[in-house]
Design a protein around this ligand. Structure first.
Ligand SMILES: [Zn+2]
Length: 100
């Protein structure tokens, strides 16, 4: 039992951070499905494994439905773009480890 704690209504930023956290954990699972098709162009196998979504890293776009959803507005990031970001940072880490 916890007294004295007021649960505040979710602020838009809190919701966004929660969403970001959820997307982030999904993205981590997708990292091993990332393949580099061309420089700056990545293919990410979908969660169900039946198709690839194309991520254009330079344009920060993805061909998945989630990216295009959201009241017709373009989402800033989806889990595939995040997965590519993680994939790239891993590669960077490996490079740094190789150098040091
Ligand atoms: Zn996507």
């Amino acid at each position: 039992m916890v007294f004295g704690i007021t649960i505040k209504p979710a602020q838009p930023t809190a919701v966004a951070e929660f969403e970001e956290g959820r997307i982030f954990s999904r993205a981590r699972e997708l990292v091993e499905r990332v393949r580099e098709a061309a420089p700056g162009m990545y293919l990410v196998r979908s969660s169900r494994g039946e198709k690839d979504y194309r991520v254009d890293w330079d344009a920060q776009t993805c061909t998945c439905p989630a990216f295009r959803r959201q009241d017709g507005r373009i989402r800033s990031r989806c889990k595939h773009i995040l997965a590519v970001e993680l994939y790239r940072s891993q590669g960077q880490q490996l490079l740094e480890e190789a150098v040091h």
